[in-house]
Design a protein around this ligand. Sequence first.
Ligand SMILES: Nc1ncnc2c1ncn2[C@@H]1O[C@H](COP(=O)(O)OP(=O)(O)OP(=O)(O)O)[C@@H](O)[C@H]1O
Ligand SMILES: [Mg+2]
Length: 271
Amino acid sequence: MKTIIFLNNKGGVGKTASVTTIAHMLAERYGKRVLLIDLDPQMNATCMFSEIDFVKLFAKVYHGESGCEEGKSVEDLLLDRNLDIHKCIKKTKYPNLDIICSYLTLSEAEERMKGDVKSPQQFRLKKHLKNVQNEYDYCIIDSSPSVSIVNINGLAAADQVYLPLRCDGGSLLGIAITMNLVHTVQEYNPDLQIGGMFFTQWNGRKNVAKTVYELLADAFGEYILPVNVGTSKNIEEGSLLQEPLLAYDNGKHPCTVTREYLEITEYIMEH
Ligand SMILES: Nc1ncnc2c1ncn2[C@@H]1O[C@H](COP(=O)(O)OP(=O)(O)OP(=O)(O)O)[C@@H](O)[C@H]1O
Ligand SMILES: [Mg+2]
């Protein structure tokens, strides 16, 4: 099993859009056995693939209820060293794609993790993933926009990190912060490689795109992927209807962004 995390400290750069699209493509288009792990308390990837009714969840949270469903989540996994990871894995409606969900309370669990000083904080996920090494081809991890012990667990467990970004100053700064974090984690996870960086909602005709691209290329040219992802309303519509891009697109007449994500998925499989 190859473990890949998508990370950028800046919010809204397309981490979840990339994770949900690519994990689903690996499973449905390329027949890979995929375990998706949601490390973000925002639950965006969880909503895409679990049976949670997004509209009901919205109403529950609005009325101050917990939003938690039955069953174990990634929070239980991070807090309990002895838990069997299989108890946290849920099937999705896509046969090759399983998920470990997150819940809104994951950020509170983070404080409890920090309080437990008996075992190394950053290797909890890695230790659990050893028990499913032979059951999946890929483990794809979605992360939150933060430098947190939860994200550090994701990095410590990963073989590769991909960094999506948008064409703005905040995304560039996010890349710099994330790269610093990656280099720190590489000190104790030497297997961690930088898979690459790619732009989302890319529009090469804008002057700002050229400027940001040049700045990124000066600092990290060797990591920039040969393909970027444009803008598609299908991604936003699909997230509301809980359908990943390829399924929403129906595969028959793939939109440009679907084709670009297929290229990135193939790049990931080849590298
Ligand atoms: N290629 C795209 N075309 C159009 N909309 C997109 C595209 N990629 C992402 N979006 C939209 O941009 C918003 C942010 O994307 P996304 O949630 O994937 O970012 P994120 O990095 O996961 O954010 P966060 O850091 O908050 O988790 C979402 O509304 C998503 O639907
Ligand atoms: Mg996200």
